[in-house]
Design a protein around this ligand. Sequence first.
Ligand code: ZN
Length: 210
Amino acid sequence: MSFTKNHIITTLKILSICTVACTVICSCGTREGSFSKKELSLILSGDSSTLMRVLTIENKADSLLLRRPSLLLSEREIASDTYKLLAKRLVTTVSDSTVDGVGLAAPQVGILKRVVAVQRYDKEGAPFEVYPNIRITEYSAEKQTGREGCLSVPDTSGIVERAQSVVISYTCPQTLETVNDTVQGYTAVIFQHETDHLDGVLYTDKLYCE
Ligand code: ZN
């Protein structure tokens, strides 16, 4: 009886540890999900030239959402018209002359999916590009520090230490293949800042000095 009771307690402890481990793994951006009804309504609320509202930490509900991890999208969803509209609206919103941003992550407009828009300063013409299912797979040991701001943290900025270069992995929206690419310098900073948003992390969590 005693053995059975201990056995049950031990089993429960192992199950508990497994649940914690699973939660940690799942919160690292490996889970896949569809656009929710609320997300579909947000995306479909305007056309490709319509700005989306940017969530800020000044609003309590916004600040809670900004701290939640984002999910991966299925290939079917990346190929959908809904994704294409989201991608265009992200670029419209971040490149709006009144905000003049260099990057925007989907959770910043209320969409908890692993999608970011980044201005590619390392490419001719510095175009905005949108990356679904993005994650950073390698960070260089070499660091760089620079001042960052965020559309979701209005009217302030701070110094952050980042990797000098990173390897990004994402799903190509055209071929639906996984693509790996190495990015350096300021563009690497933008990728690090934006992918942090997908894990509920803000640059203010990483302030280096003032
Ligand atoms: Zn930001």
